[in-house]
Design a protein around this ligand. Structure first.
Ligand code: G3P
Length: 214
């Protein structure tokens, strides 16, 4: 399973890259707004840090506006993936981008039928938001299971990119279900390696190592 980091914070991206764990980056308007910087400047800097798919989301909600932005993003860097919302205009733009050879990440997916439409439109990635479903007492990981099964039934090439990840269990379950990618906030990436028994065991080894004759 590929790990993308879900942030526009360059310091977090640099730290995650240094861990050697990152295969790509996803951003969205909310994450970029937090940086206080221009969208293009942030994406260009990220492209210089990570050699993998970098998702940049269109800000338009109409087809024409989406396509105008998609063409601009596609020229910024070969690794830029254009993020499009799962709306009828977004699906139309996904189809047009696919035909133009522009990679897409269809975002704000909350149902299996939406994911089916994105795959039929030729999306490169589909981003089901598991955390936001869990937040309203729905079952985000059940959606992932349904999408993986449906895509396998019809051999769709669209990659399942689990998004809106809230904790390490989401990562564990995404891997068990065979998701292609998990995009993970930096805080959760740091949590993945932590285990109290590892910490306790290492402390004991360090203590006992002092007893080894030098
Ligand atoms: O990539 C989508 C992700 O950033 C959404 O996460 O925590 O806003 O639901 P969240």
């Amino acid at each position: 399973m590929k790990f993308f980091i879900d942030t526009a914070d360059l310091a977090e991206i640099r730290e995650a890259v240094d861990m050697g764990l990152i295969d790509g980056v996803t951003t969205n308007p909310s994450l970029v707004a937090k940086t206080g910087r221009k969208y293009r400047d942030v994406i260009e800097e990220i492209c210089g840090l990570v050699d993998g798919p970098i998702s940049a989301e269109v800000l338009s909600i109409d087809y024409e506006g989406m396509m105008k932005e998609a063409r601009v993003w596609a020229k910024v860097h070969a690794n830029v993936v254009v993020k499009l919302p799962l709306t009828l205009d977004g699906l139309k733009a996904t189809r047009a981008c696919t035909q133009a050879g522009i990679k897409t990440n269809v975002t704000l997916c909350f149902s299996a039928n939406q994911a089916l439409l994105a795959a039929k439109a030729g999306a490169t990635f589909i981003s089901p938001f598991v955390g936001r479903l869990d937040d309203i007492s729905d079952d985000g990981m059940q959606l992932i299971e349904d999408i993986v099964n449906i895509y396998n039934n019809y051999h769709f090439d669209t990659e399942v990119l689990v998004a809106s990840v809230r904790h390490p269990i989401h990562v564990h379950q995404a891997a068990l279900l065979g998701a292609d990618v998990c995009t993970i906030p930096f805080k959760v990436i740091a949590q993945l390696a932590k285990h109290p028994l590892t910490d306790a065991g290492l402390a004991k080894f360090v203590e006992d190592a002092k007893k080894i004759p030098q």
